[in-house]
Design a protein around this ligand. Structure first.
Ligand code: 9MR
Length: 864
């Protein structure tokens, strides 16, 4: 569903009317003086245009005429930014704590969205109201209430109407800014009060839901299947008031249910939940989507619509106008006399900046998805194989998740200060525009100059850690790249030792986020650990053992994130095979960290292991997920089921079992985030642009009011922590997408996909998958199944995932069914038993796009 601009608008009207009525009813008893005081005042001069355009101003590129109280303005095409064409009025007095209502009527010669602002017209442009009304041929009434956060004598009403390619005409009438408005009230659509994981529960996993109710006693619940048949019933467990949500809740536990399928619903207290699956492949899809998220985040490469349907776009920040290009980027404020070619990498988030510390942790987490699959007992490298994701590098023999991570690691390495310079080997902290750009703005349309910000020790060590990890994971696939990555990592390590305290500040020049970090012992520890795991060298081992973090409990409430990376070192030292003296102690620390996180989670009626201290940080969803990464690693290390159960029940919160009834992953669930703050997935502002791709995580609730954007400031005051979120593109503080947050999702979704209790390869079933021939639009595959055991294999079923762009056309000797990209072969061996030592052969003709057909490196085989 698109953003709820219309319901909010009409509701505001309703509230305003209600307020007016209340005033009228009370008027009879009220003193006349009080009446006069409360009378709404319109702060706008000549808002009905009775006196032409008196009181109004425009930028010089606009002209228009007033006719019958309507001002129609011709807007030129071809401007880059919304603020390149403005209609406004200055000198409006606002009082802190007072609520106002902006009203206007508008139409446009074509469908456009514009930016309506009440702000101070001085740098840094503090904003009391920012809205993006969508205009069309019909006149519409708009109404927005807001509460002023400060006393201003000189506020400005501005309609920013630039950045449209073609000329158009705006017609405005009845503009009012009224005092005495009802304060805006955030009433999100929270859906049914029975809050469930809207995607899927594992068939053999925990299954809990949360009922929001004031009822004090237990209530009956029923679980129905898609046909409406009763599957299970029971009684809720009352929990009472819960602080993170501000709600009273009960818990519904239906873990005993083992039925599988789609479309189950839970009913309790007269409410029926959104539907959900039990069992199935949802987490396999999520695992693919969370990683395929990165391709359209790439800079410096055209996004191919055939690979990422709906997301094709021109390459961003190449040396093609209006881009100034990332091919020869100078240092900000002439701080150096070289330029760097830093083309490529991922855009950090919804902005066009590229930041080394955040890029490094993101690439590392993606690589850890693969490294976990290599070393965890339930890990499945087959799901991550070449051809498994929506990326262009199919057919290179490299697991797709590693190809994607390499895209960023190459960029990180390009950020290194060249040899011969004073800070040679250090990494520049970041590169971004000279000024913040407006929304929407496709990467290829950004006209701004971009600069390298100074090197930092944190960025240098982050690069060292990520490149060291890349070196060991790429060794089997690309020896040259592996060697280059290791050299970059070792150079960076040496540079960091030589410059151990070059800190990135907490403030940034305009145009980019700061990513300030003045505590880098954790970055030293992480880089040393990764270099030790890759090289085994004593110097790195000693550094790890000598670090004061080595014996410290780093599994703190905030989890790991770009500013706190010691946990990454411990997770890898615990999971990746190595000969570190006392390694068992690191394993014990990880497990103790997981235990600690589970205590909080188990106490929560939402299975939410976060926020009990009353605070939800910026990007809280990634904190929730990164804590689950620790819990999942404990499962990989111990095999104890409470850790596996903890991860999958912890995902419930992200996927809809929460105070807002919202899945924070685009495309997953019945009600999900889809207006994340982004300059190119800006469908909310421009219907010709897409929403974010399926599998995009929103940052989620942020209860730190001091960090809020204008949209959050307007709607969220007084919110309970879990409810400090709004799915609005303007809310960068609660609803952005970022490469690091999606990396958290990628890790947890991949863990969950491996726990689906689904296909496991029978030990004596050996499968060989051959591409016997291929042509531009198709291929011929042959599959040989051999019983290598000593007893017959009955009822063999084979399952594999076709690369995107490939599909089954027809098959011989088996029944082949394709669901999405998953193919299942039944009736193998004619439905008869396959005797020991015997091989059964079948095949199929497949269709494909222009990319080469590659065999999946893993085919699941189950047999009786
Ligand atoms: O994720 C970052 C968060 O931890 C900080 O508190 C916040 C303010 O500095 O910045 C966040 O990062 C943003 C970055 O500065 C610019 N690109 C978008 C990032 C996500 O909002």
């Amino acid at each position: 569903m698109p953003r709820s601009a219309r319901p909010i608008r009409s509701r505001r009207r309703h509230l305003a009317l209600a307020a007016a009525t209340a005033f009228a009813l009370g008027a009879a008893a009220a003193a006349p003086a009080a009446q006069a005081q409360d009378e709404p005042t319109d702060l706008i001069t000549n808002g009905d245009f009775a006196n032409g355009t008196t009181g109004w101003w425009t930028t010089a590129n606009l002209s228009g005429a007033v006719d019958a109280g309507e001002w129609c303005i011709d807007v030129p095409g071809g401007t880059a930014n919304a603020w390149d064409a403005i209609v406004g009025q200055d000198g409006l007095p606002l009082a802190a704590g007072e609520s106002y209502e902006l009203q206007f009527t508008a139409r446009a010669s074509t469908d456009v969205s514009v930016r309506a602002l009440v702000q101070r017209p001085v740098d840094p442009w503090p904003t009391a109201l920012e809205e993006f009304p969508a205009l069309g041929a019909e006149s519409q009434d708009f109404s927005y209430a807001f509460t002023a956060g400060a006393d201003w004598t000189d506020a400005q009403l501005a309609f920013q109407i630039g950045r449209h390619a073609d000329p158009w005409q705006l017609c405005l009438s009845e503009v009012k800014l009224l005092t005495g408005a009802e304060p805006p009230v955030y009433e999100p659509d929270t859906g049914p009060r029975v809050r469930v994981n809207q995607v899927a529960y594992l068939q053999d996993g925990p299954k809990r839901a949360t009922l929001v109710t004031d009822a004090e006693d237990a209530l009956p619940w029923q679980l129905h299947d898609a046909d409406g048949a009763l599957v299970a019933e029971g009684d809720t467990a009352p929990h009472g008031a819960e602080s993170t949500s501000g709600e009273s809740v009960h818990v519904i536990d239906f873990s005993g249910v083992t039925a599988a399928g789609e479309g189950f619903t839970l009913t309790a207290d007269g409410e029926t939940s959104y539907p959900f699956a039990i069992g199935g492949d949802a987490y396999r899809d999520l695992a693919v989507d969370a990683i395929s998220f990165y391709y359209p985040q790439r800079s410096g490469i055209a996004i191919d619509d055939a690979i990422a349907p709906g997301y094709g776009r021109e390459a961003g920040h190449t040396d093609t106008a209006p881009n100034q290009g990332d091919g020869a980027v100078p240092c900000y404020a002439d701080a150096c006399d070289y330029t760097l070619d830093v083309t490529g990498g991922w855009y950090d988030a919804g902005d066009h900046g590229k930041y080394v510390v955040n890029g490094g942790i993101s690439a590392a987490q993606l690589m850890s998805v693969y490294e976990r699959a290599l070393h965890a007992p339930t890990g499945d490298t087959g799901r991550l194989a070449d051809g498994s994701m929506r990326i262009p590098e199919h057919g290179d023999g490299v697991p797709d998740v590693l190809d994607e991570a390499r895209w960023e690691v190459e960029f990180l390495m390009s950020m290194q200060v060249p040899a011969g310079e004073e800070l040679a080997g250090m990494a520049h902290h970041k590169i971004h525009d000279e000024h913040w750009t407006g929304l929407p703005l496709l990467p290829a349309d950004d006209p701004q100059a971009r600069f390298l910000q100074p090197p930092s020790t944190a960025a240098t060590l982050n690069l060292a850690a990520a490149a060291a990890q890349a070196a060991r994971l790429f060794a089997p696939y690309d020896a040259d790249f592996s060697a280059r990555a290791l050299e970059a990592a070792e150079t960076a390590w040496g540079a960091a030792l030589a410059h151990p305290d070059v800190y990135a500040p907490d403030t940034s020049p305009d145009g980019g986020g700061p990513y300030g970090d003045s505590k880098v012992e954790d970055e030293f520890y992480w880089a040393a650990a990764e270099l030790f795991l890759t090289t085994g060298e004593k110097a790195y081992e000693d550094f790890v053992l000598d670090s004061k973090l080595h014996d410290a409990d780093v599994f703190t409430a905030g989890g790991f994130w770009w500013g706190e990376v010691a946990q990454l070192a411990k997770l890898d030292l615990a999971l990746v095979p190595n000969a570190l003296p006392g390694r068992d102690e690191v394993v014990a620390q990880v497990v103790a960290g997981a235990d600690h996180y589970l205590v909080e989670q188990d106490a929560s009626p939402w299975d939410l292991g976060y926020g009990a201290n009353g605070t939800f940080d910026w990007g809280s969803n990634s904190v929730v997920l990164n804590r689950l990464v620790v819990v999942g690693t404990a499962f990989d290390l111990t095999g104890e089921s409470q850790y596996r159960d903890g991860v999958v029940s912890g995902l419930d919160y992200i996927l809809g079992r929460n105070a807002l009834g919202n899945s924070y992953v685009t495309g997953y669930g019945s009600h999900f985030s889809q207006n994340q703050h982004s300059r190119w997935y800006a469908n909310q502002l421009d219907p010709t642009l897409p929403n974010p791709p399926a599998g995009t995580l929103s940052g989620g609730p942020n209860s730190a009011a001091g960090t809020w954007d204008p949209v959050a400031q307007r709607w969220l005051p007084g919110c309970a922590p879990q409810r400090c979120y709004i799915d609005d593109i303007g809310s960068w503080a609660t609803n952005e997408l970022t490469v690091n947050w999606n990396a958290s999702l990628a890790q947890v979704a991949n863990f969950a996909a491996d726990q689906s209790g689904g296909v496991r390869t029978a030990p004596s079933c050996e499968v060989e998958y051959r591409i016997n021939g291929q042509w531009p639009s198709g291929f011929n595959a042959q599959i040989l199944v051999t019983n290598t055991g000593t007893t017959p294999l009955e009822d063999i079923t084979l399952t594999w995932t076709l690369p995107t762009g490939q599909s089954v056309v027809n098959s011989w000797s088996v029944q082949l069914d394709q669901d999405g990209q998953v193919v299942t072969a039944t009736d193998v061996a004619g439905g008869k038993a396959l005797k020991p030592g015997r091989t059964f052969t079948f095949g199929f003709i497949g269709a494909k796009d222009g990319r080469p057909a590659v065999a999946p490196s893993w085919v699941g085989c189950t047999a009786g």
